[in-house]
Design a protein around this ligand. Structure first.
Ligand code: NAD
Length: 281
C-alpha cells in the first residue's frame, strides 16, 4: 500500500508522510535516510542548518530509487548577520541554494522553504523574489515557507505572484494550530507539521492517546501520525531507530473513528515546544 499524497497549489504532489532529519549527524544521515527509503518513505525533509545534506544526498544516490519518485525538501537558513535585502540579498539566496544542491548531489530540489520569517528584519519578501526566480528556472519544483504567520502570508499573497505551496509549522495534538490551518485552507496553502510526534516527549504518554492506541492495537506514535493523515496534514516524523522508522510509516492499516478524533482534540494544551516564530531570529 502506498502513502497518500497531497496535490499542492501548483499541481505538484507531495507524499503526506515524509522523513525528517533534524538533529541527525551528517555521518548517520546516510544510514538513517537509506533505512527510511527502504521502509517506503519517498519524501525527505532536511535543511541547510541541519548540516546533513551531504549524508542525505549519499543515501539518495545509493538507494537506487528513480529521482522522480523521490520528493526532497531543503530550507534556506537565517544566516544571522547576513543582509538579505536588495539584489545582493537575492544573489545570496541563489548562492545558498547552489550550496544545498551541491551537498545533496542533485540537479533540482522538489521543495525549497524559507526556514523562518524573521519579520523584524523585513527581508522575507526580497528572499521570496529569489525563490520565484529559482522556480521559474525549474531548479525547484515548488517553493514554500516555514514558521510563517498569517501576517507574513498575507504580505506574500499581496506583494508577489507565487503563493507558497505550503507552510511547515509546529503542529501536533498538543498544539493543533486550528486557526492557521483554516487560514491555509482558505488560501490554497497546504499545512505541513514539524515535530508531528511532539518530539517524542509528553505527547506519547498522554493517557487518552494510550487508550486509543490500545483499542487499535497500535502505538501512540502511530495513532498520532494517523491523526495527521486523517486531518489532511503532511507530517515528517524523525527517528534514527530502524524499528521506529518502519513503525512510523506503518499507519495505513487502521482508521481513527469520530470518538477517537474527539478524544485527541481534547488533549490540546496550546503550548509550543519550539520558539515563537514571530520572535525567533
Ligand atoms: P518529531 O515529533 O518527529 O519527534 C522525533 C522524536 O520522537 C525522535 O527523536 C524520538 O525521540 C521520538 N520518536 C520517533 N518515533 C518514535 C516512535 N515510533 N515511538 C516513540 N518515540 C518516537 O520531532 P522533530 O524531529 O522535531 O520533527 C520532525 C522533523 O520536522 C524534523 O526532523 C525536521 O525535519 C522538521 N522540523 C522542522 C522545523 C522547522 O523550523 N521548519 C523545526 C523542527 C523540526
Amino acid at each position: 500500500s502506498t502513502i497518500p499524497s497531497v496535490t499542492l497549489n501548483n499541481g505538484v504532489r507531495i507524499p503526506q508522510l515524509g522523513f525528517g532529519v533534524w538533529q541527525v549527524p551528517d555521518a548517520e544521515a546516510a544510514t538513517a535516510v537509506r533505512t527510511a527509503i527502504e521502509a517506503g518513505y519517498r519524501s525527505i525533509d532536511t535543511a541547510a542548518i541541519y548540516e546533513n545534506e551531504a549524508g542525505t544526498g549519499q543515501a539518495i544516490a545509493a538507494a537506487g530509487v528513480p529521482r522522480e519518485e523521490l520528493f526532497i525538501t531543503t530550507k534556506l537558513w537565517n544566516s544571522g548577520t547576513r543582509d538579505w535585502s536588495g539584489l545582493q540579498g537575492q544573489d545570496a539566496v541563489l548562492h545558498a541554494f547552489d550550496e544545498s544542491l551541491a551537498k545533496l548531489g542533485l540537479d533540482y530540489i522538489d521543495l525549497y522553504l524559507i526556514h523562518w520569517p524573521r519579520p523584524m528584519h523585513g527581508t522575507f519578501l526580497n528572499i521570496w523574489k529569489a525563490f520565484e526566480k529559482l522556480y521559474a528556472e525549474g531548479r525547484v519544483k515548488a517553493v514554500g515557507v516555514s514558521n510563517f504567520g498569517p501576517q507574513q502570508l498575507d504580505a506574500l499573497r499581496q506583494e508577489s505572484s507565487i503563493v507558497p505551496v505550503l507552510n511547515q509549522v509546529e503542529l501536533h495534538p498538543h498544539f493543533p494550530q486550528h486557526e492557521l490551518r483554516e487560514y491555509h485552507a482558505a488560501h490554497g496553502i497546504a499545512t505541513e507539521a514539524w515535530s508531528p510526534l511532539g518530539q517524542g516527549k509528553e505527547l506519547l504518554t498522554e493517557p487518552e492517546l494510550v487508550k486509543i492506541a490500545e483499542k487499535h492495537g497500535r502505538t501512540v506514535a502511530q495513532v498520532v501520525l494517523r491523526w495527521h493523515l486523517q486531518s489532511g496534514i503532511i507530517a515528517i516524523p524523525k527517528s534514527v531507530t530502524p524499528s521506529r522508522i518502519r513503525e512510523n510509516i506503518d499507519v495505513l492499516g487502521f482508521e481513527l473513528d469520530a470518538e477517537d478524533l474527539s478524544a485527541i482534540a481534547g488533549v490540546a494544551t496550546g503550548k509550543r515546544l519550539g520558539p515563537d516564530p514571530q520572535e525567533f531570529d
